[in-house]
Write a protein that binds this ligand. Sequence first.
Ligand SMILES: [Fe+2]
Length: 203
Amino acid sequence: MDLPAVETPTEATAAPSLVALADATFEQVSPYDGVGFRHHCKRLFTFATMLMEAEGLSLDRDLAYLIAMVHDLGLVSEVDQGHNYLQRSRALFERITKNVDLPEHDPQIVTECLLYNHRLLPVPNLSPTADCFRRAVIIEHSRGLKRYGLDRDTVKTTFGKYPRGNFDRVLLDFTWRTIKREPLTLVSGVFFGAGPAAHTPTV
Ligand SMILES: [Fe+2]
């Protein structure tokens, strides 16, 4: 499938809209009709930011949105490289933000958010912010049965605000793509495996 590459700005942009960049990237890279995939990402953003707020963690909200919207795009990107889809999502993130002035952040934390969000078990040395993304994925896939202290009604409202749509069909396609392209990552590196090196904040 030939998908257009997302244009990378050639010069640093003073005040880029990361939300616009996230939405445009998603539109260009996602091959799916329907709202399922998009709403999955928006629920993930909502749960992750809820957890961060509840736990006193700060990550720029628009940057968190960009991370959430691209976190699975490595599964469908035709131009980004990496030995598994998480690495390709990270490569995509780096490609589209290469010349963008991002808000102050710790690059290691962003990398961890992108590489470890689909881990089922707690990851040694993972930053608390990246662990919010990891647990947000579990809230999402447990359909709110697991909430890590978040209010039941608020979580339920999020599922109502962003309906599931055709996401089950999208998940089936994700699985098929993974089996075809990287079957070993189903057991090694995506759901289980080692964590990052001991975290050293840079900012
Ligand atoms: Fe996901």
